[in-house]
Each structure stands twice: as C-alpha cells, then as structure tokens.
Design a protein. Sequence first.
Length: 117
Amino acid sequence: MELRVPLLSMLPIPYLRVEEFSLDFNVKINSMETYNVSDQLELGGSLEVQQKWGSGSAKLNISASYKRSTSAGTSVERTYDMAVHVRAVQDEMPGGLETILGILEQAVVSTPVLPSS
C-alpha cells in the first residue's frame, strides 16, 4: 500500500496559553543631605607703655578676626530590581485548527501498489 498524507497532519503543533504573569519591581532610594557650619573667632592685642621723666605715652594695638564657613551637600543612591515570571501551559486545540486537521485527515489516500516483478 502507498499512503499519501498531508505533512501538516503529521506535525505536532504546540498550543500554549499564558496562565500566569507577574511583574515585581522594587526601588530602593537612599538620600542624605549634609549641612555644616563652623565659626572661628580670633582676638589679639598688645600694649606698649613708655615712661619718661615728666611725660609718658601708651600705645594699644587690638586685632580681631571672625571666620564663618558653610558647606552643604546632597547624596542620592538608587537601586532598581525587576523580576518577570511567566507560566505557560499546554492548551486545548483551537476549534478552527481541529476542523482543518479533520479535512486533511480525509485527504489521506491509500492506494494498492502492484508487486514489482
């Protein structure tokens, strides 16, 4: 016997269906702000006195300084994580494809072959 079978009727066709889908997205943000102030005060002075017979003199020197420093800064650190989970399962054959495969099954032809002499 010789069989003529349509190729499509012999191929396994996967019928996949996404059953479950989840998306996890995590964000972690660390933020730090700094503000520093420093003050510095310096005072100095000197006194000179001179005495002579009958008269005298005095000299006074005073110095002062003030310094103020300010600094500010910001630091931000970001971390991102993402996970995707997909679960697919074998599904039932769609109705349209089942009809096509039924038609192709009817196209299978068997013919007797004469023995070769």
